[in-house]
Write a protein that binds this ligand. Structure first.
Ligand code: NAD
Length: 507
């Protein structure tokens, strides 16, 4: 496994860094086992409270220096980070695949997303535009400008172990902020590898220590961040359960948060769809990353006229899926992240059956050669009702629920009839249906696609969802505004002091 060494990962390492320097700490040791083959890849010492406090102090010291670097100069650092990631794409993509279990294609794709957001942020570093308004008072100029916030805490989930960090960091840095990242405790080595890549670029450019910090740890470390009044913005990606606790903690101290939480995404399959194309979109959406994407297709809402034929085609496609080592590009589906995830999958299948679901493709844990880690499962399909408790819940595994509809109003109501609101799509060649789905009376999700599945967003758009998905937006479009504070400035260049709204005040 040359790629592990190439990325600077050893058997055991510190998990706390202020940029180029690693700090000692006495926090719990996190061992990282690959779900691919069950091997121990390496161990990381997580942050204790003293090391965490040192990191935040360094970050706060770096902020006043870093924010005065011109934004395009900060952008130049991000450009070099993008170049370093290009050089390391193959190795880092392999590590993502090996530590998290997604296919090599998807691991490489995740690193490509990091490169793409760096490119985007470089352009942004020469923009960050504020508006100019017309004052109602003579000889006054009014405009708004955007200032950095300070320290940005990034708490990320295991399923995108590196890309989510880059969406936040690349934007946060060009905006003039410093970052403190707590990766998922399930994928700590991806965090170590990224920090090594950054350290080289930061050292070569004398970037102040404290701009790019890493604190490894589990939930408690995340709680230190959410309660820390020194951290202006917390961008957290993970389950809705985590987001509810974290959102309340950050709001209680009047901090800002970006919440990117669970999804329960549906595709509406119309009788007017191109069924060949739709089949690929539905299967990839449901089984890609073994159903562990926030945007995974969990529900298929199918028109009654094509329900039976499409179900048959889906079942056939599922029998052709190759499940196995994700580093082998011949395989379509890799493992779940760990055995707890396998237990959740089995529990969801049992609940589905108990609540009246009927399985068209049965689920099971795979055994035998190549499946020794115990994390490989059969993607399954159940016919179910939207109201069933298990269907309303996001199970992070490849379980697809089928349901039928008659009218488009009914289909949209089913699509929207869950607590989550991340991604949605319609497969149709009928323009009226597509527009209805995209109208104010259509999908209530943050992402609504036509003739594309629910997963696989591009960095150019703002990414995020509504309702229990948390309302946050990251990545492209004007998502950068969440990393800055807006200031309205009015300048009086006259020799009088007229008051707004015509109020007179004379002495
Ligand atoms: P998780 O909620 O278990 O953990 C996510 C992160 O939050 C981890 O780093 C964890 O240590 C930390 N954490 C947990 N409890 C915390 C608390 N109370 N305070 C502070 N930090 C805390 O999620 P997971 O299992 O790693 O990831 C899967 C979930 O993430 C799914 O629900 C998925 O939909 C969601 N997700 C959402 C998006 C999105 O953009 N909407 C993207 C990826 C994943």
């Amino acid at each position: 496994m040359d790629f592990i060494r190439q990325l600077g990962i050893r058997e055991s390492q510190h998990g706390v860094s202020t940029g180029t320097q690693w700090l000692g700490s006495k926090g719990p040791v996190i061992e990282s086992y690959s779900p691919v083959d069950g091997s121990l890849i390496g161990a990381v010492v997580s942050a204790d409270k003293a090391a965490y406090d040192t990191v935040v102090t360094r970050a706060m010291e770096a902020f006043p220096v870093w924010r005065m670097w011109p934004a395009p100069k900060r952008g130049e650092i991000v450009r070099q980070v993008g170049e370093a990631l290009r050089r390391k794409k193959e190795d880092l993509g392999r590590l993502v695949s090996y530590e998290m279990g997604k296919s090599l294609q998807e691991g490489l794709g995740e690193v490509q997303e990091m490169i793409d957001i760096c490119d985007f942020a470089v352009g942004l570093s020469r923009q960050l535009y504020g508006l100019t308004m017309h004052s109602e008072r003579p000889a006054h100029r009014m405009y708004e400008q955007w200032h950095p916030l300070g320290a940005v805490g990034i708490i990320s989930a295991f399923n995108f172990p590196v890309a989510v960090w880059s969406w936040n960091s690349a934007l946060a840095w060009v905006c003039g902020n410093v970052t403190i990242w707590k990766p998922s405790e399930k994928t700590p080595l991806c965090g170590i590898a990224v920090q090594h890549i950054i350290a080289e670029v930061f050292a070569a450019n004398q970037v102040p220590e404290g701009v790019c910090c890493l604190v490894q740890g589990a939930r408690e470390t995340g709680e230190w961040i959410s309660h820390d009044t020194r951290i202006a913005l917390v961008s957290a990606t993970g389950s809705t359960r985590m987001g509810k606790a974290l959102g309340a903690a950050v709001a209680a101290r009047m901090g800002k948060s970006i919440l990117e939480l669970g999804g329960n995404n549906a595709i509406i399959l119309s009788q007017h769809a191109d069924l060949d194309m739709a089949l690929i979109g539905c299967v990839f959406g449901a089984v890609g990353t073994a159903g562990q994407r926030c945007t995974t297709t969990r529900r298929l809402v199918i028109h009654e006229a094509v329900y039976e034929t499409f179900k048959e085609r889906l079942v056939k496609a599922y029998t052709q899926l190759r499940i196995g080592n994700p580093l082998d590009t011949a395989n379509h589906v890799g493992p779940l992240i760990d055995k707890d995830a396998v237990q959740n999958y089995l529990a969801a299948i049992a609940q589905c059956r108990q609540q009246g679901g009927r399985f068209a493709v049965e689920g099971k844990v795979l055994e035998g050669k190549g499946y020794e880690s115990g994390c490989y499962v059969q993607p399954c399909i159940a016919e179910a009702d939207n109201e069933m408790a298990i269907v309303q819940h996001e199970t992070f595994a490849p379980i697809l629920y089928l349901m039928r509809y008659t009218t488009m109003e009914e289909a949209i109501a089913l699509q929207n009839g869950v607590p989550q609101g991340l991604s949605s799509s319609i497969m149709t060649l009928n323009m009226r249906e597509a527009e209805q789905f995209l109208s104010h009376a259509g999908s209530d999700c943050g992402i609504a696609n036509v003739n594309i599945g629910t997963s696989g967003a591009e960095i150019g758009g703002a990414f995020g969802g509504e309702k229990e998905t948390g309302g946050g937006r990251e990545s492209g479009s004007d998502a950068w505004k969440a990393y800055m504070r807006r200031q309205t400035n009015t300048i009086n260049w006259s020799d009088r002091l007229p008051l707004a709204q015509g109020i007179s005040f004379d002495l």
